[in-house]
Each structure stands twice: as structure tokens, then as C-alpha cells.
Design a protein around this ligand. Structure first.
Ligand code: AMP
Length: 216
């Protein structure tokens, strides 16, 4: 019998973590926990956490560790995480990864989707998102309903933090603060690097192989 999948997707903003998370979540019947989506939802609903996070998120900066660690601890305690889960966008710093360890969360697979910076900047220009959390790309993953979400029918929008200048500063943060996690999880023997491909399904094939090997 294979183990419950406790998966982290690493990768630059726009590398395809959200897209691959949705596919893997469906295949394994486990939830995707996206801190970015949870933060955007909190901002939309004007919650206390949303108000605290807004100024960071809009300029592409990271929300303070203690805030996101709190969100994750609460979410992982829910029943639907019992049989496994996928973390998309968390951890993003070494202290966040250490906090997961302290919570006793035993991650058994980390997939880092590798995409060159130039390609990221080009791709982000085409990203469209829905307030429901669904994410599209005008070329690589268009909605069947054009400018509207094919899951809920809402009009798709461009994220403020997908503006080219903001993307560039998010990439700097990624290299400085998030990329060291490759070493962190490499040392634990759970890391696989997957080269992001032009076609979503080709990246998925590489990702599923890494997962199967990890939980066999
Ligand atoms: P994402 O949708 O994953 O690109 O996240 C969007 C924004 O939410 C980021 O640019 C940060 O401002 C914030 N955010 C999401 N996850 C984290 C995290 N793990 N640590 C700090 N900030 C985060």
C-alpha cells in the first residue's frame, strides 16, 4: 500500500504550481492548500488577517511568517487533511519550513517546478484568475468560456501582483528566500526537480512520476 501523499510544490510565481496542484488533488482526492488563495479570499472579505496582508501582497512582498504559519496550522488541523494534502505556495521561507517540522508535519514529497526567469515574466503577462480561485492562461490554459471562468462563470481578472515590475521583484524574493528550500528538502531526501514544460500535460507526467516514486 502506498503512503498518504503530503506534497509541497515549490517553484517561482507562475511556474505552474497551482495548475499542477489542481490536477494532483483531483487524481489523489486530497485538498490543495494555497496560502495565496486563502490570503486573497481574506482580503476580499475584509477580515482582520486580510487587512494585515493586503499591503504586502499587493506590492509582491511576502506576508510575515507568523501570519501564514498561523493560517496553515489551522488549515492542516481540519479533517480533510487526514489522508494527505498538497501545499501550494507554502512554505516560502526556511522559518516556514521549520515551523512545519515543529508541527510534526511529515512531508514525503517536494516537487520543484523549474522555469527560467525570462519565461516566467513572459508567462505572467497571460495569467488570468477568477475570484473563486481558478487560474488560467490566455495561451497555455485558456478558459473554455473565454474571459469568464469555466467553473463558476465569473469574469476573469488580472492579479495586481502580476504586473511586470511586481513580477520581477517577486522573482528576486523567490531566489533569495524560497529557493533555499531546495537545499532544505534536498537534505531530507524528499526533493525532485521537475523541468516545467511548454505543455501542461508534459509537466504533469513528470510530476506524477516523482510523486509515485516518493510514496511507493
Ligand atoms: P501566490 O498566489 O502563491 O503567488 O501568493 C500571492 C501572495 O500572497 C504572495 O506574493 C505573498 O504576498 C502572499 N503569500 C502567499 N503565500 C505566502 C507565504 N507562504 N508566505 C508569505 N506570503 C505568502
Amino acid at each position: 500500500m502506498s503512503k498518504n501523499l503530503k506534497l509541497i510544490f515549490l517553484g517561482a510565481p507562475g511556474a505552474g504550481k497551482g495548475t499542477q496542484s489542481d490536477i494532483v488533488a483531483e487524481k489523489y482526492g486530497i485538498p490543495t492548500i494555497s496560502t495565496g488563495n486563502m490570503i486573497r479570499e481574506a482580503i476580499k472579505n475584509n477580515t482582520e488577517m486580510g487587512l494585515a496582508a493586503k499591503s504586502y501582497t499587493e506590492k509582491g512582498a511576502l506576508v510575515p511568517d507568523e501570519v501564514v504559519i498561523g493560517i496553515i496550522a489551522e488549515r492542516l488541523a481540519k479533517d480533510d487533511c487526514q489522508n494527505g494534502f498538497i501545499l501550494d505556495g507554502f512554505p516560502r521561507t526556511v522559518p516556514q519550513a521549520e515551523a512545519l517540522d515543529k508541527m510534526g508535519v511529515d512531508i514525503n514529497c517536494v516537487v520543484s517546478i523549474e522555469v527560467e526567469d525570462d519565461k516566467i515574466v513572459e508567462r505572467m503577462g497571460g495569467r488570468r484568475v477568477c475570484p473563486c480561485g481558478a487560474s488560467y492562461h490566455t495561451v497555455y490554459k485558456p478558459s473554455a468560456k473565454g474571459e469568464f471562468c469555466d467553473k463558476c462563470g465569473e469574469k476573469l481578472i488580472i492579479r495586481k501582483d502580476d504586473a511586470p515590475e511586481v513580477v520581477k521583484s517577486r522573482l528576486v524574493i523567490y531566489h533569495e528566500q524560497t529557493e533555499p528550500l531546495k537545499e532544505f528538502y534536498g537534505k531530507k531526501g524528499v526533493l525532485t526537480l521537475v523541468q516545467g514544460q511548454e505543455e501542461v500535460q508534459d509537466t504533469t507526467a513528470l510530476t506524477l512520476k516523482a510523486i509515485e516514486d516518493a510514496i511507493a
